[in-house]
Design a protein around this ligand. Structure first.
Ligand code: F6R
Length: 599
């Protein structure tokens, strides 16, 4: 996703900005740009592709002395990744960078065009700078003009704006997209989308809240409506990057509401799903889907198989990539071959993708890492936009994979006419609740911490669930086993009586996923069977269950996917707290690697 940096101070501004953008590269981008103002004149440079292209364009440019600058890495949402669409966007005398999406940009653009404003790009962002200059004609004070501009924007934004009419000032605003401001004893002020560019530069930082607006100028930072709470920034990159959390895994669990919302930007509209990555020609002739993946990504795939078949009425076949490779699979050209991978480097998944390409199938990668081997090889890619995931046990990457797959299901359902417009609109409404609900799900953290002490022994865990809660059970068991080293298995709840129930006794822990919106009574009967054999039951459900030894009450929801995402968070937190109590390094569990590039 887009990254923003800003700098006010005496250092060489271009390098300061580009070095900062380099720290944000992990967010993914397809073009980059900077605008630098010194002694009242602005220079701007943009380049498509990697930052080395921007380095090349700016190699003969340097600044000396006090000035301001803003920089941006863009991940295209409105308009293709071209130089014209790259940020900063300019008006007659001002430049802006923006992260997020301006939902009402069309109406603002129309209003400005009627006044004779000429637009250069296809982006939503460009309206901000022209609107600012429009407001500047009506306000003597430029900050008032900036406030009036921000006031008219609907949507998510982190904005930095510089103007020749206020040569030593950076205006800023945040709503829904991250922005951090930093300062130090030398009077320098820094802005960035995450901590990374500020480490070693700023001594103190403030994490802006939604609704924050202000400006920074030499020796002064003015903020409304509340003053900013500056806190010291750790100089050690690792500690600072953990942002106050004990482990990266914990931080990544807490980031899920944000990355899931990033995954939706530009793709989920009020009554439509858009994937610019997939054109009609690409989808022509496709009537079935095969998905290959490993580990957690395989669980995301399995989850989606229920959705694709139920909603898009497409036959779906999901395979573990290492199995697929050696079975002489039958591949037909009406099959869309999807691979799912966080890293984009998993050897088995990559090889499966090669086989599908050789067989002439159309291939789609759902991946978190742009330019990875899998992305480079696939015919089309949907990036999941989870940001860099450092914890070896995947959390936020899984959340974004499932989100993208749910979106893709609805995209196909619409194309194939298997759901009515109303039904799709309804799904999209529920989908729009996910980020907020994910934040609310974290309330259960304390409870998981307390409960964890009871689950440090025993001879094993069964995570059980039905339908999409079966792959979620598999994922819960995988999370627990990989970081706690306790034996855990995921099972379809209805399958326990066909064998595994023989293991039931008080030392067998059953983690029962009991959503109210899906097969509640059926799952309940299965849990009762285990309880009757004295298994210790932890039920995760919005409804109290008499026979449970422990329970984690989830919020009532009206849609299974909302229950799915909440239970996902519970499983992650529970696994993490058990592992922490056992004294394990949850970020780097024994025997595991983040990117499995061997067979
Ligand atoms: C588990 C985990 C692994 C990966 C698997 C595939 O927490 O992270 O199971 O999901 O190794 O990796 P990717 O998704 O990078 O292909």
């Amino acid at each position: 996703m887009c990254g923003i940096v800003g700098y006010l101070g005496k250092r060489e501004i271009k390098s300061q900005l580009i070095d900062g953008l380099r720290e944000l590269e992990y967010r993914g981008y397809d073009s980059a740009g900077i605008a630098v103002m010194q002694q009242g004149s602005i220079q701007s440079f943009k380049a498509v592709g990697k930052l080395t292209n921007l380095d090349e364009k700016t190699k003969n440019f340097q600044t000396k002395g006090q000035g301001v600058g803003i920089g941006h890495t863009r991940w295209a949402t409105h308009g293709k990744p071209t130089e014209l669409n790259a940020h900063p966007h300019m008006g007659e005398y001002s430049y802006v960078v923006h992260n997020g999406i301006i939902e009402n940009y069309r109406e603002i653009k129309e209003m400005l065009e009627n006044e004779g404003v000429h637009f250069l790009s296809q982006t939503d962002t460009e309206v901000i700078v022209h609107l600012f200059e429009h407001e500047a004609k009506r306000h003597d004070d430029l900050f008032e003009a900036f406030k009036a501009t921000i006031d008219r924007l609907d949507g998510a934004y982190a904005v930095l704006l510089v103007s020749q009419k206020a040569p030593d000032t950076i205006f800023f605003a945040r709503n829904g997209s991250p922005m951090i401001i930093g300062k130090n004893a030398h009077g320098e002020v820094f802005f960035a989308s995450s901590d990374a560019p500020l480490i070693g530069e700023a001594e103190e930082v403030a994490y802006m809240e939604d609704g924050t607006i202000g400006y920074a100028t030499s020796g002064k930072i003015h903020v409304e409506p509340e003053p900013l709470q500056f806190v010291p920034l750790a100089g050690d990159k690792m500690t600072a990057q953990k942002g106050g959390y004990r482990f990266f895994m914990e931080k990544e669990i807490y980031e899920q509401y944000q990355v899931v919302s990033d995954a939706m930007i530009g793709r989920v509209l009020d009554d439509d799903i858009v994937f610019e990555e997939l054109d009609d020609a690409f989808l022509e002739g496709i009537s079935r889907i095969k998905i290959c993946a490993c580990g957690t990504s395989y669980h995301a795939a399995l989850t989606s198989s229920y959705l694709f078949e139920r909603q898009a009425k497409m036959p779906v076949n999901v395979e573990i990539a290492s199995e697929f490779r050696y079975k002489d699979p039958l591949l037909t050209e009406d099959t869309l071959f999807i691979v799912i991978s966080q890293s984009g480097e998993t050897a088995d998944t990559l090889e499966a993708l090669k086989m599908a390409k050789e067989a002439g199938l159309k291939t789609l990668a759902i991946c978190n890492v742009d330019n990875s081997s899998i992305v480079r090889l696939a015919d089309a890619t949907i990036l999941t936009r989870a940001g860099i995931e450092k914890g070896v046990a995947s959390t936020k990457a899984f959340a974004t994979q499932v989100m993208v797959l749910w979106m893709l299901t609805l995209f196909f359902a619409k194309k194939r006419g298997t759901m009515s417009d109303d039904a799709i609109r309804n799904e999209l409404l529920y989908m729009s609740y996910v980020p907020k609900d994910l934040k609310k799900s974290l309330e259960v953290h304390e409870k998981c911490k307390r409960l964890s002490k009871r689950y440090l022994h025993g001879h094993g865990f069964f995570f059980i669930g039905r339908d999409i809660f079966y792959p979620l059970a598999l994922e819960g068991a995988l999370k627990l086993k990989e970081i706690s080293y306790l034996h855990a298995e995921g099972y379809p709840a209805g399958e326990m009586k066909h064998g595994p129930i023989a293991l039931a006794d008080a030392e067998l822990f059953t983690i029962a996923l009991m959503p109210k919106t899906m097969l509640y009574d059926k799952t309940k009967s299965n849990v009762e069977e285990l309880s009757a054999r004295d298994s210790t039951i932890l039920s995760i459900s919005p409804e109290m269950f008499d026979l449970a030894d422990d329970f984690i009450l989830t919020h009532p929801h009206k849609h299974p996917m909302l229950e799915f995402f909440e239970m996902m968070v519970v499983e992650q937190l529970l696994a993490m707290e058990i592992a922490i109590r056992m004294g394990n390094d949850v970020d780097m569990p024994r025997n595991l690697a983040k990117s499995v590039t061997v067979e």
